[in-house]
Design a protein around this ligand. Structure first.
Ligand code: AHG
Ligand code: MN
Ligand code: MN
Length: 346
């Protein structure tokens, strides 16, 4: 009998139950967070279901022909996933506003606003270039408390640093679908059991190694980077114990590094010093998560969680992963900037 009870406990920590366990409370705030996580999980399940059959469906893959606010070609799956998150939160009473990579301005759900003072920030499909070739993609999310009056649609309250995120995480659509999240009490991974249709706790309290062998960066941009980043890459080329891994989807690359250590970089280029990745729904949620696992995330000169965006779709360079590896990259940046200062003062 005892054995059977144990089996049930081990196998059935669902996401919503885990949120309550973490917060050690059934307070209204805990109820809200648990319900919000449940809705995010629902969106993840719907997206995973469509991805798993996309090659067999009419109109699931390929481009729409539109260009989004980022200046990037939109895929049909980007549009689908963006709408899934919106419908998961309609009539939920939970989230008043959603802001996404795919929408120029935040989307308001006025009927929720009197009760749900939260904003969901998300990248509905991260790594869209992988969609048509059946390789891993992800979704990234963060929850923030909503401030101010919602008759004011400027959303300037979002232009704050990432330390006040209430929750953040990602869903990875790989061989299995996983949801990894933090509400500021460590990082926990759930695996979707398709036979139950539930995310079940698979790894609790993930700690990222202080150092790892992987460096993950698009080296095709080598000649467009600042010299300091080239210095770092030359360093790993000349030292034993490094290996390159780059999938084209940030979520998958970070997932590997979270479990096995190493560093992911998306530096700025000389033409675009702020790089490619967006702060509010890409780099800041992942920085929150990696810091919670004992790692670091830096823009090169500042912790990502301290960066204050000047607009909704602001971009930032990203160096993220194991503490020692992030510090090593930063040391090359500091060295070049010291040399520049010295050259100026002479
Ligand atoms: P998205 O598909 O949301 O636009 O994000 C793609 C991002 C990120 O997932 C990935 O690491 C990076 O862009 C890949 O960019 P490159 O093709 O420039 O390497
Ligand atoms: Mn992305
Ligand atoms: Mn995207």
């Amino acid at each position: 009998m005892l054995d059977r009870e144990y089996a049930l406990d081990r196998d059935c920590t669902t996401l919503s139950r885990h949120v309550f366990q973490q917060l050690q409370s059934f307070s209204p705030d805990a109820q809200d967070l648990s319900a919000i996580m449940n809705r995010i999980a629902l969106a993840g399940k719907l997206i995973a279901r469509r991805l798993s059959r996309a090659g067999l469906m009419e109109g699931a893959l390929g481009f729409t022909g539109e260009i989004n606010v980022q200046g990037e070609s939109v895929k049909k799956m980007d549009v689908y996933a963006n709408e899934v998150f919106i419908s998961a939160f309609k009539q939920s009473g939970l989230v008043c506003r959603l802001a996404s990579e795919e929408m120029e301005n935040p989307y308001y759900i006025p009927e929720n606003c009197s009760i749900g003072r939260y904003t969901l920030l998300y990248d509905p499909i991260d790594g869209s270039s992988n969609v048509d070739i059946n390789i891993n993609v992800g979704s990234i999310f963060a929850i923030r408390q909503q401030e101010g009056d919602d008759s004011d649609r400027s959303a300037t309250d979002l232009l704050q640093n990432g330390r006040n995120q209430l929750a953040a995480g990602y869903i990875l659509y790989g061989p299995s679908t996983m949801l990894v999240y933090s509400i500021g009490r460590g990082v926990h991974a759930f695996t979707l059991d398709p036979s139950l249709g539930e995310f079940i706790l698979s790894t609790e309290d993930i700690r990222i190694p202080d150092h790892g062998p992987v460096y993950s960066v698009n080296e095709g941009n080598f000649w467009q980077w600042d010299e300091s980043i080239r210095d770092y890459i030359r360093y790993v080329h000349r030292h034993e114990g490094y290996t390159a891994r780059y999938s084209g989807a940030l979520v998958g690359d970070i997932h590997r590094i979270l479990f096995q250590g190493g560093v992911f970089l998306y530096p700025g280029t000389v033409k675009k010093p702020e790089g490619k990745l967006r702060l509010l729904y890409e780099t800041s949620p992942l920085a929150f998560l990696i810091e919670q696992a004992g790692g670091r995330a830096s823009s090169g000169t500042q912790d990502i969680l301290d960066v204050v965006p000047e607009k909704l779709h602001a971009r930032t360079p990203l160096i993220i992963g194991s503490r020692e590896d992030v510090s090593l990259v930063e040391s090359f940046i500091q060295e070049r900037s010291r040399q520049k200062e010295e050259a100026v003062s002479h």
